[in-house]
Design a protein around this ligand. Structure first.
Ligand code: ATP
Ligand code: MG
Length: 140
């Protein structure tokens, strides 16, 4: 399988509980390399753009409120089959359905406050990475 890059966010419930290092340890243990990382406070505009695909969903307002409620850590992860691999490491959106050992099973608080985001396809990964990182901020 080819080396890929995926976009990750450690969400406000993770920064609030000071568990970003614990999550990064799970990411690295899975063989993914953190090739870019920064801590930011998303604006509403950034969050609305990022989650535009969900703008008709009933939870959109709640999702934007949550993503702007505190700092997040945005990351680029690199590795073999990184997009699918990170989705596996994250676990299901709803932590009560997530497999044992996954980030969401171990750390997520609820279906909304679920600790991490990971891109779902190569096209979305490229768009999401470009929203938050310049090329020279990614060092593989
Ligand atoms: P992400 O896109 O954050 O990686 P995902 O792909 O597992 O998560 P999506 O269906 O894309 O899940 O939903 C995006 C985010 O919207 C979820 O991670 C979660 O924070 C929030 N969300 C999804 N479903 C609900 C819901 N029913 N109620 C509240 N928030 C939700
Ligand atoms: Mg998604």
């Amino acid at each position: 399988m080819a080396i890929q890059r995926t976009f990750s966010i450690l969400k406000p419930d993770a920064t609030e509980r000071n568990i970003t290092g614990a999550i990064n340890a799970l990411i690295e243990k899975a063989g993914l390399r953190i090739v870019a990382q920064k801590r930011i406070h998303m604006t509403r505009g950034q969050a609305e753009t990022f989650y535009a695909v969900h703008k008709e969903r009933p939870f959109f307002g709640e999702l934007v409120d949550f993503m702007t409620s505190g700092p997040v850590v945005v990351q680029v992860l690199e590795g073999d089959n990184a997009i699918a691999k990170y989705r596996d490491v994250m676990g299901a959106t709803d932590p009560s359905k997530a497999a044992d050992g996954t980030i969401r099973k171990l750390h997520a608080k609820s279906i909304g406050e679920n600790s991490v985001h990971g891109s779902d396809a190569p096209e979305t990964a490229a768009i999401e990475i470009a929203q938050f990182f310049a090329g020279n901020e990614i060092v593989g």
